[in-house]
Structures are given as structure tokens and as C-alpha cells.
Design a protein around this ligand. Sequence first.
Ligand code: IPE
Ligand code: IPE
Ligand code: MG
Length: 246
Amino acid sequence: MDVPPKTGDTRALPGHVAIIMDGNGRWATKRSLPRIAGHKRGINSVRKITRHAKARGVKHLTLFAFSTENWLRPKEEVHGLFDLFRYYMRRECRTLAREGVRIRFIGDSSEMPDDIQSMMVEAEDMTAAGDTMTLIVALNYGSRAEIVTATQRLAAKVAAGEMAAEAIDDTMISAELNTSDFPDPDLIIRTSGEQRLSNFLLWQAAYSEFLFVDRHWPDFDEQSFDECLELYCQRDRRFGGLRKSG
Ligand code: IPE
Ligand code: IPE
Ligand code: MG
């Protein structure tokens, strides 16, 4: 199981993969099903890809589950999504803990329903010892809001005379973000063909590689993930320099 994909390429696999799980609604509409059926099917992909990413040796997997802008959707869809989240957490937490997967959340949990907030805390506690992979779930996450909060915190420290404005650097800003405990994503995948970030990890994506996959999230499987890994391995990450790896 724990074998790297056959890439014929010795370049490093991504340590942190972040996925914008898009296209659930279109998947369902194409089949004349209600949109929520697509979200439900999307949970299967979450399970499959989490397990598979771990088997491939990915250390951090971030999944964009609900954005700060997704509140704009009809109430029934938002409630449906939250119900599915409850269902997923109830069924999956123990398994993740057993498999050594640590779960962490990013985003503003304070706007989530109370029972979901409790589930989030419980899940983080229950899986805290997991050391094979960290599954980061972006729930009510918006990168601009995250950057605004970070800026406010730093500004408050300056106003309080705790530090000079000039002392603010990259590291300090990164340390104020929801993602302070995690490395930046090496690879960002978006399913369903859209080619945009939709307010996801704007700061953290400075040097990420991007892959836009023409498949809806419910159809994204282990093979699709391996294809992404292969494409990633062919990229030459230069970080502004002239280094040619491999
Ligand atoms: C992604 O699928 C899931 C969430 C945003 C919660 P969408 O619901 O955005 O599906 P499309 O893009 O409408 O097909
Ligand atoms: C981004 O998808 C958010 C998630 C996948 C959770 P959206 O479907 O909300 O993005 P837009 O509206 O197409 O940009
Ligand atoms: Mg969408």
C-alpha cells in the first residue's frame, strides 16, 4: 500500500497538498439529482482521498469544505452541508484516530452552530496523537478574513508599544494566520475545471504549484490523485531563483 506512485521521476512528492473540492452541485445536476446528493457523494471522495494521500506519504492534506462566502447559498443547502458534516464527523473521527490521522480546523468556527463547534473541539482532541498525516479542514474559511484578523492583531501590538511597525515581517504574518502550525501548501488542486482560488490560502499559496482538474469532486478518485502527483513531480519549482531540480 505504502508505495510512491510510478512517476519515473525522483523529484520530491508534495508534503502538503491542498484541495478545493469543487463541482458537487454540477455533478448532481448532471444526473438530475438535488445538489445535496452531490455533496453527499463528495464525502466518499473525502474518505478515499484522505486514506490515499496518507498511503502516498503526504504529511498535510488541506480540504476546503466551506468558505466564508458559501453562506450566500440558499439556507437549505447550507443546513444540508452542515448535516453532512455532522454525519461525516460522527462516522469518521474514530477511524481517523485509529489510522494516526490528526484532524485540525482552520476558519472562523465561532459562526458555526454550537454542536458543530463542540464536534470540532472533540475531533481535534480525539485525534491529537495522530502523527502519520494531518488533515486540515477549512470550514467557514476565508483567506482575506484571516489576513484582516492577523493585521489587526499585529496593529494592536504596535499600538500597545510592544513592537515597532518596521519589525513586522513574513514570519510574523504567517505566525498570525490560522495555518501557523503548518507548512505552506506545495500543491493546490481544484476540481471541476474552475481556475480560481475563491479566497483560499491567498498568502500561503505564494509558491504553490496549481493543478486544475476537469473532474467534479465526487468523481475525483485515487487515480486522479496519482495523476496530480505525477504532474507535480514534473514541475520545476524555482522560487524565483535559477535552480533546476532533478
Ligand atoms: C463544492 O461544490 C462544495 C462546496 C462549495 C461546499 P459546489 O457546491 O461548489 O459545486 P458546484 O461548483 O456548484 O458544481
Ligand atoms: C470554493 O468553491 C469553496 C469550496 C470548495 C468549499 P465555490 O464553489 O464556493 O467557489 P466559486 O463560487 O465557484 O468561486
Ligand atoms: Mg462550486
